[in-house]
Design a protein around this ligand. Structure first.
Ligand code: NAP
Length: 331
C-alpha cells in the first residue's frame, strides 16, 4: 500500500505546496541561464499558483535575490520566499561562513533590500559557524522574527543534536538538507528528529543536481565553472558506475510510467509527509515534469529501488572533502 499523497506541507503556521523551486541555478552553479529567460521563467512559475522560492544571500553574491526581487512584486501574496544567511562569497570567489549575530542581522536587511520585500517568509541559517554557538546565531534570527523581518526560522545542513540546542532558543520551523536517492545521510537522525519535533524537512538537490533526473548523461557538456566538476560522484569511475545504477532506476521509472525526475521526487514523497523538495530548474518543461510527481510509491516499488541501490550503490561523496568538513550534519 502506498502512503496517501498530500501535495502540501506545513512550515510553522503556513501551509504551502511541498514542491518548491530552487533558484540557485538561475544565476550560478550549473549551465549559465540568460537573465531575461530566467525572469520570464520565474514570472511563469509564479503565474501558475502558490509556490515556495528558495534563494540565499550567497548565491551569486546577491544577484540571485536581485533577480527574484525584479519579478516578485505582482505575485508577492502567493510566493513563500525562503532565503538564507551565514554563508557568503568573498570577492575572490571563496566561501566564508559567519554566524556572528550582527552579520546575520545585516545580511537579512541586505536581502530584504535586494528582494524588495519587507518580510522573508522563511529565513535559514545556511551553515552553522563552528566559531559561534548556534544559540547565538539562532538568537539573532529570532530577534529578526520579533522585529517582523522574518516569519519562520530554518536551519540548513544541521545535525539532530545541534537542532535540539537551537530549539532551546526558539521555535525552528524547517530544516533544509541535501536529500535524494543518492544523498541519504538525513535518514541517520535528522529526518526522525524533524518528525519528532513537528518540523518540515526541505530536501535540497532532490534530483541529484540533475543527475537523478537524467539531465547529466556525460560530463563533456558541463562548463568549466560548473560545480559538479568538483564533486566526487561526478568524477571518473564514480560517474561511470553511477550511470549504471541510474540506468537500472530508469528502467523501473519507465515501467511505472514516470520520468526519472518524477521517480526521484515520488521516492522522496514516500519518505514522509514532513518532506518538501526544491528541485532547481530553468526550464518550464522540467518544472512541469516535476509538478506532475504527485504519487508515493508502494512497498513493492520501494523494495525494488532499495534492491537496486544495495546491489550497485552510488559511488562518491556529495561534496569535496573541505566542503564536507563545513557541514554540521556530517560531524
Ligand atoms: N542549503 C544548501 O546548502 C543548498 C545547497 C544546494 C542547493 N540548495 C537549494 O536547492 C535547490 C535545488 O538544488 P540544485 O539545483 O543544486 O539540484 P537539483 O534540484 O537536484 O538539480 C538541479 C538540476 O536538475 C535539472 N532538472 C531539474 N528538474 C529536471 C527534470 N524534470 N528533468 C531533467 N532535468 C531536471 C536542472 O536542469 P534544467 O535547469 O535544465 O532543468 C538542474 O540542472 C537550489 O536551487 C538551492 O535553492 C541549497
Amino acid at each position: 500500500m502506498s502512503q496517501i499523497f498530500s501535495s502540501n506541507i506545513k512550515i510553522g503556521d503556513i501551509e504551502i505546496p511541498r514542491l518548491g523551486l530552487g533558484c540557485m541555478g538561475l544565476t550560478q552553479a550549473y549551465t549559465p541561464v540568460d537573465h531575461d529567460k530566467a525572469k520570464a521563467f520565474l514570472d511563469r512559475v509564479m503565474t501558475d499558483g502558490p509556490v515556495m522560492l528558495d534563494t540565499a544571500a550567497t548565491y551569486s553574491g546577491g544577484k540571485n535575490e536581485r533577480l527574484i526581487g525584479s519579478v516578485i512584486k505582482p505575485f508577492r501574496s502567493q510566493v513563500f520566499l525562503a532565503s538564507k544567511a551565514g554563508m557568503y562569497k568573498r570577492s575572490d570567489g571563496t566561501r566564508e561562513i559567519d554566524g556572528n549575530p550582527d552579520r546575520i542581522k545585516i545580511s537579512c536587511d541586505e536581502s530584504l533590500v535586494r528582494l524588495g520585500i519587507d518580510q522573508i517568509d522563511l529565513f535559514y541559517l545556511h551553515r552553522v559557524d563552528p566559531m559561534v554557538p548556534v544559540e547565538e546565531s539562532v538568537g539573532a534570527i529570532n530577534d529578526l522574527k520579533l522585529a517582523g523581518k522574518v516569519r519562520a526560522i530554518g536551519l540548513s545542513e544541521i545535525s539532530a543534536s545541534t537542532l535540539k540546542r537551537a530549539m532551546s532558543v526558539t521555535q525552528i520551523d524547517a530544516v533544509q538538507s541535501e536529500y535524494s536517492l543518492w544523498s541519504r545521510r538525513v535518514e541517520e537522525g535528522i529526518s526522525a528528529a524533524c518528525v519528532e519535533l513537528g518540523i518540515a524537512l526541505i530536501a535540497y538537490s532532490p534530483v541529484g543536481r540533475g543527475f537523478l533526473a537524467g539531465g547529466v548523461p556525460n560530463l563533456d557538456g558541463l562548463s568549466s565553472k560548473d560545480i559538479r566538476k568538483q564533486m566526487p560522484r561526478f568524477q571518473g569511475a564514480n560517474f561511470e558506475s553511477n550511470l549504471e545504477t541510474l540506468l537500472e532506476l530508469e528502467v523501473q521509472a519507465m515501467e511505472w510510467g514516470y520520468s526519472l525526475a518524477q521517480l526521484s521526487l515520488n521516492w522522496l514523497w514516500s519518505q514522509g509527509a514532513h518532506i518538501g523538495a526544491i528541485p532547481g530548474t530553468s526550464q518550464l518543461a522540467n518544472w512541469q515534469d516535476n509538478k506532475r510527481a504527485q504519487n508515493t510509491l508502494d512497498a513493492g516499488q520501494l523494495h525494488l529501488i532499495e534492491r537496486i541501490l544495495r546491489n550497485k550503490p552510488f559511488q562518491g561523496e556529495r561534496y569535496e572533502p573541505e566542503k564536507l568538513k563545513q557541514l554540521d550534519s556530517e560531524i
